[in-house]
Design a protein around this ligand. Structure first.
Ligand code: SAM
Ligand code: SF4
Length: 321
């Protein structure tokens, strides 16, 4: 379906929990999030019905996210339910990968097509301090298991933190040398600009660096087109790609083709807007109408670059990236 600005909305990001087994410094408070009643969260059936309704409006790609989607109990069953929805052409998941190894085969068998794994460093100590409690070894085991399960090609997401992980840019980028054929099966390494929201909203400006720094650090990158909101680069002799996702320095609202649903069943037409529409308790034509209303009124753009602040009161673990 086209929104009022002619953008064709085909991509739904579905958050299935706001909880996580990690506490990334830029995403979650150190003490985690207050426990919420099960009744406050959308049920599997509600999430499936939202996907069914979204498909009738033209959505073709669904990404399961969180919080950490793999901490939601019964996640394999939910993936299976979503994969069965006619019209879903691609079912993907974004995960920190640390709980993935034992689940990769089951997720593939349930119908998951692809994975994005978030990994901000290849240094075990830095990984622990950036995630506050995660293990790099577990994340790498998850990547290997995904590759062995044929759950690929995997994309890696790396958030850039000025003064923290610039030295990781080259080692992470080098995972694209062998691409999907490499040990970790990484077809694309995407560097993402830190967005000022939630835990990091009040951080000093020097933490927020333009992803252009990647082109300075990794020699020989040449532009290779666009994949959704990602500006792609190639390097001669490398099988995989490098991607830059630059919401702050460049903005890509004109080509934004996505909507989001939070784990408590709120439709967010724009990541950085306060606007939300409750989908809880709706079904059939009412649910379709609410989604249609949200898509039509999708805000034209965010104002991160100007205001250096997101307008959403939610933190990223509540939205899903
Ligand atoms: N737990 C999963 C994971 O880490 O991949 C899925 C949810 S996480 C909120 C989704 C993505 O959002 C991750 O790649 C994470 O690095 C990114 N993210 C979180 N906070 C961010 C921020 N303030 N700016 C930019 N990206 C952020
Ligand atoms: Fe958890 Fe992902 Fe947020 Fe890290 S970025 S705290 S893994 S939800």
């Amino acid at each position: 379906m086209l929104d009022e600005r002619g953008r064709d909305i085909r991509y739904l990001r579905l958050s299935v929990t706001d909880r996580c087994n990690c506490r990334c410094v830029y995403c979650m408070p150190e003490g985690g999030v207050p426990r919420r009643d099960h009744g406050e969260m959308a049920t599997f059936e509600e999430l499936r019905d939202i996907v069914r309704a979204a498909v009738t409006l033209g959505v073709r790609k669904v990404r399961v996210t969180g919080g950490e989607p793999l901490v939601r109990r019964g996640i394999v069953r939910l993936v299976h339910m979503l994969a069965e929805v006619p019209g879903v052409e691609e079912l993907a998941m974004t995960t920190n990968g640390t709980l993935l190894a034992p689940l990769a085969v089951e997720l593939r068998d349930a119908g998951l097509d692809r994975l994005n794994v978030s990994l901000d460093t290849l240094d075990a100590d830095r990984y622990r301090s950036m995630t506050r409690c995660g293990s790099l070894e577990d994340a790498l085991a998850g990547l290997r298991a995904a590759r062995e399960a044929g759950l690929g090609p995997t994309k890696l997401n790396c958030v850039l933190l000025g003064g923290v992980n610039e030295k990781d840019i080259v080692p992470l980028a080098e995972l694209a040398r062998d691409g999907a054929d490499g040990e970790l099966g990484v077809a694309s390494v995407r560097f993402i600009e830190l967005m000022p929201m939630g835990a990091c909203a009040s951080w000093p400006r020097e933490r927020f660096v333009s992803a252009d720094v990647v082109v300075d650090e990794v020699a020989g990158l040449v532009p290779a087109g666009q994949d959704g909101v990602t500006q792609l680069y190639r390097r001669e002799g490398w099988r995989g790609t490098i991607g830059l996702i630059r919401p702050v320095s460049h903005g890509f609202c004109k080509t934004c083709d996505r909507i989001r649903v939070t784990a408590d069943g709120m439709l967010k037409p724009c990541l950085h807007s306060r606007a939300e529409i409750s989908l809880r308790g709706l079904s059939g034509p009412e649910l379709v109408a609410a989604l249609r209303q949200g898509i039509a009124a999708k805000p034209a753009r965010h104002h991160l670059g100007v205001a250096h602040a997101s307008a959403t009161p939610r933190s990223m673990n509540q939205i899903g990236g």
